[in-house]
Design a protein around this ligand. Sequence first.
Ligand code: SF4
Length: 375
Amino acid sequence: MDTVEKLKILSADSQYDLACACGTTKYGHRTRGLDGKWLYPVALPGGGQTILLKTLLSNACSGGCKYCPLRVKTDIRRCTLTPDEVARVFMQYYERRMAFGLFLSSGIMGSADATMDRINAAARMLRYNYGFKGYIHLKVIPGASDAAIEDSLSLATAVSLNIETPGKKHSDKISAGKDYFTDIIRPIRLMGGLTARGGRYQRVKCTTQFIVGASDETDYEIVGSMYSLYGEMNFKRVYFSAYQRGLGEPDIPGEMKPASHSRKNDALVREHRLYQADFLCRKYGFKKGDILFGPDGSLSMDKDPKEVWADNHPEFFPVRLNTATKEALLKVPGLGPDTAQKIIEARGFGKIRRIEELGVKGKRLARIKAYAVPE
Ligand code: SF4
């Protein structure tokens, strides 16, 4: 098989990993790349976009995660790129200005560290043989040793290890071969510690991903775990990937029944609500207790979590735009951090007399009017 043939297979199989922000539009991360194959637009943290070459090093895997189409028992066409092939093909795209960064993941080839050696070798070749100084995102394989993780951190711009589930109980159900604490939480803690402010690799960004709905985990459990990842573990981004029924074994909770948390049985709505909760945590200063759940631990399918909070705190509203703190403004459904900042700046030039002065329209304007008044 030549390199392009392998890339076709490996890039298609890398689509299940969303922990790199590939795709910039809503659900864009689920679509194929710009070239229909392996080049993906990615949103940059400071705004703008870049393009990543996203691929697996190998889709061979000795793991048996029940939700994963690459698990050892599935009958799929397997192949592996050498580190040299990865570095060469990436540089060809880079020199043609078609890709500006690399996202490299892999199935487990024998052992976690044997796989990490190859992933790190590809990155090392790019850094030292080709002098590439740009963006490299490396996947940390569950169970990797501390030394292999440090090696990745020394080479990468970003690293990720997918937590997949919010606890051992769920991990044991769908990833029996992985020890939740030793293989997942231990490396996550190490990565978070080394990349925290003042840590040896503080320039490196750590991300992770939950697979949503493969087990019978609740949104409450996922959101609790998400707060720990941002708080105690210093992770920079948490992603959510709705489990796609049909990809896994028939006996896992996500295959046996429709997600009980979702009245509409819509895994993507659930994923979307989790992203909204994530935004409230990262951008709006919502504390863990501010995210409210139904009796079964689910987020509302009908309303976003901010509106749910507002409707449960009538004593807080209406918020007065001319005098409220930024924290209070951020609690108003329809008002985001940019508009809240704009309101605070506008106050320096006189009073806001009508909400329409904020320049928002339609449904968003109606939402703001339901919870805020100028005076
Ligand atoms: S370790 Fe598990 S999730 Fe990762 S590729 Fe192998 S089977 Fe899939």
